[in-house]
Design a protein around this ligand. Structure first.
Ligand SMILES: NC(=O)c1ccc[n+]([C@@H]2O[C@H](COP(=O)([O-])OP(=O)(O)OC[C@H]3O[C@@H](n4cnc5c(N)ncnc54)[C@H](OP(=O)(O)O)[C@@H]3O)[C@@H](O)[C@H]2O)c1
Length: 257
């Protein structure tokens, strides 16, 4: 099976690249934002016409939640319009789309985990742009998997796990918020889940929730990271008081399968 991976130099793209060789039956074309800009329809048409793909895994996204609040037009250009461009190309070329979405499509007011059938109601621009992308896919395509995930971390890119380890090098006390609860998810596990889904030739299209399954606060997560790396003897975690961000964040963004 021929698979196009867009946004291939991001965190998830790199995790997919790392394990791609384990799947003999899958052949990959990895395209980063320079090789394929999903906001550029001409470039998309060229990529899809040059080769017949069976699947497209869209890892391309604008993921800076804080900046998206200040310049929403950039977030919407990629996460809404860019995703629509990809969906149109998939439809035209009979390609199944695997698209990654987010826990931030929910408002966080539910008690308990969000189900795939729960009504999204994003409270920040990033979440709104991602939901618009999801809706375009659902309107345009029949063959799609929208996989919502949360709190991604790995050895690649910028993420909370790496931030904590970096801070621990210079600080003896870290002040971390306990005001939000979610499920940290190793992007390597998500990559495996996606490729197993494709390798299984599953035709149950629709929305999926994938996380590593354990709900916790950022405070708990930070403590866990320090414990796991034996830095907890040296570095202490305290609950941050008056923690404020520019973008509103859902209080509870736990995703249930
Ligand atoms: N990170 C999280 O905590 C998290 C949580 C829930 C859901 N998700 C979703 O999971 C997916 C993967 O996230 P990630 O952590 O791997 O994100 P990431 O590391 O920020 O990677 C996103 C990639 O998309 C590329 N990109 C941006 N604009 C593009 C464009 N116009 N055309 C093509 N590529 C473009 C970026 O390239 P440049 O670097 O060159 O701009 C980057 O390599 C995203 O859909 C995200 O919304 C992430």
């Amino acid at each position: 099976m021929n698979i196009l991976v867009t946004g291939a130099n991001g965190q998830l793209g790199k995790c997919l690249r790392k394990i791609a060789g384990n799947y003999d039956a899958l052949h990959f074309k990895f395209m980063d934002s320079k090789a394929l800009d999903i906001t550029n329809t001409r470039s998309i048409n060229e990529a899809f016409e040059f080769e017949q793909f069976d699947y497209c895994i869209n890892c391309a996204a604008y993921t800076n939640v804080e900046q998206a609040e200040k310049t929403p037009e950039i977030a919407f250009a990629v996460n809404a319009d860019g995703v629509k461009n990809i969906a149109v190309a998939c439809k035209k070329n009979n390609v199944a789309l695997v698209h990654i979405s987010t826990d931030y499509v929910f408002d966080g007011e539910k008690e308990g985990g969000y189900l795939t059938t729960d009504l999204p109601k994003p409270i920040n621009q990033y979440g709104k742009s991602k939901l618009t992308g999801e809706n375009s896919i659902r309107e345009i395509l029949d063959k799609y998997y929208i996989i919502r995930t949360s709190w991604l971390y790995s050895e690649y890119g910028n993420n909370f796990y790496k931030t904590i380890l970096n801070k621990a090098k210079t600080e003896s006390v870290l002040y971390i918020t306990d005001e939000q609860i979610g499920c940290p998810t190793n992007a390597n596990n998500l990559a495996k889940y996606i490729l197993n889904l494709i390798a299984s030739s599953c035709t149950e299209y629709g929305i999926y929730h994938f996380t590593d399954g354990k709900a916790m606060t950022w405070y708990d997560f930070a403590k866990g990271i320090l414990r796991e790396t034996n830095l907890d003897k040296k570095v202490r975690v305290e609950k941050a008081k008056n923690y404020r961000t520019f973008a509103a964040r859902p209080r509870n963004s736990v995703l249930s399968p």
